[in-house]
Design a protein around this ligand. Structure first.
Ligand SMILES: Cc1ncc(C[n+]2csc(CCOP(=O)(O)OP(=O)(O)O)c2C)c(N)n1
Length: 352
């Protein structure tokens, strides 16, 4: 295992200036150190494609960025790699985690790339190196190789030692109900109904499994950013749909809002549970307090609940008064304790 603090200090000595990131729990400690350490700038990115483009802009302007992502997101980055980095000969270190998969595991989003990641990197026209886990100087040499050649670095689990976030970077959401309280209410109101509840990648789907056992649920444990569009397809097919989303998921493919916004004669309700963080990859702050969610969604064509919901009573009122159509509510919530993942036989159901 590498000493994370020493590794980041060494990267700074080498001149690396920015970390462009979509979080993965494998990279939690290096991300924590980058957030804690003012000598390297942490740039949280809405998607892997964005992380890659921002890093390319930094690199061609004289800075030394590093990109860190999860293997599930390297496909999002494909266009940026093949049609920006490659043709413009821009090289920079991209570190992708390599999520493994055990038969029967419900993290089915990782099943394909758990085997094929190196072949995909090769298909992009890149070599790969597995990051050394023992010797910081060798690992830095590998990062430097990625900085100067078409090589992508692969990060395995438990490469970096533990780093806690400094208190000043920790969130306090204790003014808001936990998401489970809202979910339990939905479970009570909609038990045995025909409404379909889509839970997004991240903790929402997991918590739905624990707290909504009487509703018709689709656990979308992958395709991060695509829940609203999946819901649009279902509602265009005549279903009544609730998309229960997270704040990091909201921004990943935000264009889905503008596509959905065209259609008013459907029954699609998008409830954004905003816990200000990427809870399921380690609780990293999503740094999105600059975003006015309600205005963005309203401008995309949705009916929007005027005030952000901050209590269970307000939530009950919203659920009771919402009419059929294309609706959105921004709901502030606190985090729950860790709940189990829905098992694979529940997740893999593909008919509703
Ligand atoms: C394309 C892609 N990129 C990254 C990830 C890793 N990932 C899984 S969940 C998640 C964060 C989800 O945060 P949010 O939507 O706010 O929900 P929360 O877990 O906080 O409830 C991330 C980054 C992924 N699964 N897929």
């Amino acid at each position: 295992m590498l000493n994370t603090k020493k590794f980041v200090d060494q990267m700074i000595n080498e001149g690396y200036s920015h970390l462009c990131v979509v979080p993965c729990s494998f990279a939690k400690h290096i991300i924590n150190e980058a957030i804690n350490n003012p000598q390297i700038e942490y740039i949280p990115c809405a998607s892997e494609a964005i992380a890659c483009s921002v890093a390319a802009g930094l690199k061609i302007s004289g800075k030394s960025p590093i990109v860190i992502i999860q293997s599930s997101g390297i496909t999002n980055m494909g266009s940026c790699i093949t049609s920006l980095l490659n043709p413009y000969s821009i090289t920079l270190p991209i570190i992708t985690s390599w999520r493994t998969y055990k038969e029967g595991d419900s993290e089915i989003q990782h099943k394909h790339l758990a085997i094929e990641l190196p072949k995909l990197i090769e298909a992009y026209g890149y070599n790969h190196v597995i990051l050394n886990q023992e010797n910081i100087y060798k690992t830095i040499e590998q990062i430097n190789l990625c900085n100067s050649s078409k090589t992508i670095a692969i990060l395995k689990k438990d490469t970096f030692s533990k780093i806690e976030l400094q208190d000043s970077h920790k969130l306090n959401l204790s003014d808001y109900p936990k998401r489970s309280e809202y979910l339990k209410y939905l479970n009570k109101i909609y038990k045995n109904s025909d409404n379909i509840f889509i839970g997004t990648t991240g903790n929402t789907a997991r918590e739905m499994y624990s707290f909504m056992n009487k509703t018709k649920n689709f656990y979308m444990v992958g395709n991060m950013g695509g829940a609203l569009s999946l819901g649009l397809g279902m509602s265009k097919a005549g279903k009544s749909v609730y998309v229960l989303g997270g704040d990091a998921e909201f921004v990943m493919h935000m264009g889905g809002l503008t596509t959905a916004g065209r259609y008013k004669d459907i029954n699609l309700n998008y409830i954004l549970f905003d816990n200000e963080q990427n809870k399921s990859t380690g609780g990293q702050n999503s740094y999105q307090s600059h975003i006015d969610y309600k205005s963005i969604v309203k401008a995309s064509g949705f009916n929007v609940q005027k005030k952000s919901i901050t209590s269970l009573n307000e939530f009950k009122e919203f659920i009771k008064t919402t009419k059929e159509g294309l609706n959105f509510a921004h709901v502030k919530c606190d985090t729950d304790e860790v709940t189990p993942r829905p098992p694979v036989d529940v997740v893999a159901i593909n008919k509703i």
